[in-house]
Design a protein around this ligand. Structure first.
Ligand SMILES: C[S@@+](CC[C@H](N)C(=O)[O-])C[C@H]1O[C@@H](n2cnc3c(N)ncnc32)[C@H](O)[C@@H]1O
Length: 373
């Protein structure tokens, strides 16, 4: 398993049936739902600084409609603000960041189409803007000091910078056998290794953004988390537990080797709001202006609030497509790409069965932070 995330991670590129672009409706819903948080945070920053030129960064932009939805939301918010304040709109420099394996070609090939659409919708009210790609990990510095006015990131900060170290005993025996994430039977040492990796990564993230932000600058960060106190009771444990079961079923039929499964752990962590706020507090670099928790059905096309599932088989397939668009590169890197179709078809069945028992939801945390003076 590649230790560093940037070596093996990218969402499925292009715009085909299995691409991230086609399978990112949950993430799109989160962008729409957090618009009021973004509006307040941008208004606060803009009202304080009234910049003539504004630098906005989307961290973990991926490739697909959501990349441009963020650009268009920010342009809309700034345009509305300027009209209300009777100010000339600033020139906006957008930096779209992701890991080097991201399909930046697809982003820049689609840019012209989205620009035309925005011009048709907004006409003269569209603020002048320029879009640039920035490959690199957000767990480190990406920009010069004091140059960024606003950071945005949607559905990225649950990714760790690497699979945590310490998932093996002193003698090299894997400790999280049978699991690919924190599960109910994961030893405390495994849980601690994940928690510490998250704490280190989030703290590096905050330190880097603090240096890069101008005084008065801010950020809105939305990411998968959990409601429960113990990480093994998080919804991500169930979601990943079902993927581990599908892998193990393939081991028992001799399709993949047990060794491969035993050494596979996901570089993901669903934090609780308490864990997140503890790091923010300990670093002391940002004021927490807003914090909200949302829930979304696992099936991205199920927008209902009740506990019943309309068609569990269809929902299982929808969930499997989304998860595949996100994890395909990691799984192919470790197991080879020959297992993908079979694995995700088994996973879809397992999710379908799980949804009959319980309509589990994702927990999403959204926070707005302002750089301390
Ligand atoms: C689930 S996608 C979300 C994409 C997009 N923001 C959206 O809302 O649809 C997560 C993205 O975070 C990126 N990512 C993960 N770790 C990263 C890191 N350390 N630095 C930069 N990007 C990262 C992944 O490559 C992926 O494109």
């Amino acid at each position: 398993m590649a230790n560093k995330v940037e070596q093996a991670t990218h969402m499925v590129g292009g715009a085909g049936e299995t691409s991230y672009a086609t399978n990112s409706r949950t993430q799109e819903k989160a962008i729409n739902r957090t618009r009021p948080i973004l509006e307040t945070a941008i208004a606060e920053m803009y009202g304080t600084l009234l910049p003539e030129r504004m630098v906005v960064v989307d961290l973990g932009c991926s490739s697909g409609p959501n990349t441009f939805l963020v650009v268009s939301e920010v342009l809309g918010i700034v345009g509305d603000l300027c009209r209300r304040l009777e100010q000339k709109p600033p020139e906006i420099q957008f930096f779209l960041n992701d890991l080097p394996g991201n399909d930046f070609n697809n982003v820049f090939r689609s840019l012209e189409r989205y620009e035309k659409k925005m011009e048709e919708e907004k006409g003269d009210l569209l603020a002048p803007h320029y879009v640039v790609g920035v490959p690199g990990s957000f767990y480190g510095r990406l920009f010069p000091c004091n140059t960024v006015h606003f950071f945005h990131s949607n559905f990225c900060l649950m990714w760790l910078s690497q699979v945590p170290q310490g998932l093996e005993s002193e003698h090299g025996v894997p400790l999280n056998k049978g699991n690919i994430y924190i599960a109910e039977n994961s030893p405390p040492k495994v849980v601690k290794a994940y928690q510490e990796q998250h704490r280190r990564d989030f703290s590096t993230f905050l330190k880097s953004r603090y240096v890069e932000l101008s005084i008065g600058g801010g950020m809105v960060l939305t990411f998968l988390g959990r409601r429960n106190k113990h990480p093994a009771n998080g919804e991500l444990s169930y979601l990943h537990g079902l993927l581990a079961e599908a892998l193990k079923a393939m081991v028992s039929q001799g399709i993949i080797s047990e060794d491969k499964v035993v050494t596979f752990n996901l570089p993901i962590y669903g934090a609780s709001i308490q864990e997140v706020t503890a790091v923010i507090h300990d670093e002391g670099l940002f004021d927490l202006e807003q914090a909200q928790t949302f829930e979304y059905n696992w099936d991205p096309f199920d927008d209902t609030d009740d506990d019943s599932v309309f068609d569990n088989v269809l929902s299982g397939r929808n969930v499997a497509k989304c998860i595949r668009a996100v994890y395909e590169s990691l799984i192919a890197h470790h197991f080879g790409d020959a297992i993908l179709d079979e694995l995700f078809s088994r996973y879809a069945e397992k999710v379908a069965r799980h949804l009959l028992k319980e309509k589990t939801k994702y927990t999403v945390l959204a926070i707005a932070l302002k750089k301390k003076a």
